[in-house]
Ligand binder design. Structure first.
Ligand code: FVH
Length: 293
């Protein structure tokens, strides 16, 4: 089925042309949308104007140019400053700036008071992935505004609707980023440890990749099922055995002169769970402890 964009769908403004905003604007241009761009540092509009974008001299001009306005700045405070006193009547504002669920809800109220229909978003991609099959964006907020512009937003990659609470896209986004930062912290600590014996990180890397992949497939589904059912008994690796083994990691870090601060709190969680009588349970039990600190 072919889809001809309506004139409304085909005009988009992008506020913020950092690494991500530039990738978003380029994707819109590539998809054939008439794209107006604005950035605080005006020189960054150059490459996009060369690709066919129209530069706006002010935020007001950019907002007036299109019914769909995408904003992607460093923080929500920056977004609030940039849009302060801007009339957003009749505009759908899609905010793809990284933030918390509370920030998204608070800003949704402000944007709505300024006349906008507000959609919040969380981008699950780095700029180089935008407009590829690997990228997707979580959305939440004004559902009919989202539905109206969904085809246009598909220029960035997949679209995932999370609900009418504006904070939900940020919640999903931050949940995935939490998992990612946990993995990143572990990998950095592993490179530091292997490097303490003069072994290059590149030698550990293929083994680490395979190990993390095996752990991902082995650990995540069963743990999710245990968390949701509340049944934590394990025949894999008990909290008691983890509690006994984990000090070896901390001792090895300290002996090699490596900072153990990222990992030390995990020992505290293991200790508390065993003290509370959960020694025979699996690691999934720790979620309850994390939720009730
Ligand atoms: N880059 C990434 O991989 C991640 C992927 C997931 C989503 N994040 C979030 O996207 C937001 C923007 O990130 P970015 O990578 O584009 O960041 P920068 O390249 O540093 O560009 C920042 C833009 O924000 C403008 N800006 C900052 N403060 C202000 C302000 N007070 N007033 C007006 N504009 C402001 C900045 O303008 P300029 O410095 O060029 O003048 C850039 O356009 C972010 O939330 C990530 O967490 C990216």
């Amino acid at each position: 089925m072919t889809h001809t964009p309506s004139p409304e769908q085909s005009h988009v403004s992008v506020l913020g042309l950092g690494l991500m905003g530039s990738a978003l604007a380029a994707a819109l241009l590539k998809a054939g949308h008439r794209t107006t761009v604005w950035n605080r540092t005006a020189a960054k509009t150059g490459p996009l104007v060369a690709q066919g974008a129209a530069p706006a001299g002010t935020v007001g001009e950019a907002v007036a140019a299109s019914p769909l306005v995408i904003v992607c700045l460093t923080t929500y405070d920056d977004v609030a400053k940039v849009l302060h006193d801007t009339d957003l009547t009749g505009r759908t504002l899609v905010n793809l700036t990284n933030g918390t669920p509370d920030q998204a809800r608070e800003f949704a109220a402000r944007a709505t008071a300024a006349g906008a229909r507000y959609v919040d978003g969380g981008i699950m991609a780095v700029p180089q992935m935008i407009a590829t099959d690997a990228a997707y964006v979580f959305y939440s907020g004004d559902e009919s505004a989202y539905a109206r512009h969904r085809d246009t937003l598909a220029a960035f990659g997949g679209t995932r609707w999370t609900g009418t609470d504006p904070g939900l896209a940020a919640l999903w986004d931050l949940s995935l980023l939490t998992g990612m930062y946990g993995m990143v912290a572990g990998a950095l600590q592993a490179y530091a440890l292997i490097g303490s014996a003069g072994i290059p990180a590149a030698e550990l890397q293929p083994l680490l990749s395979d190990w993390l992949s095996a752990m991902t497939h082995g650990f995540l589904p069963g743990t999710a099922a245990a968390v949701d059912s509340g049944r934590h008994l394990t025949d894999v690796s008990s909290l008691a055995v983890n509690q006994a083994a984990f000090p070896n990691l901390l001792a090895a870090f300290r002996s090699a002169g490596i900072d153990a601060d990222l990992f030390a709190p995990f020992q505290g969680l293991l200790d508390r769970s065993v003290e509370a009588g959960h020694g025979a349970d699996g690691l999934s039990r720790l979620v309850e402890l994390l939720q009730h600190t």
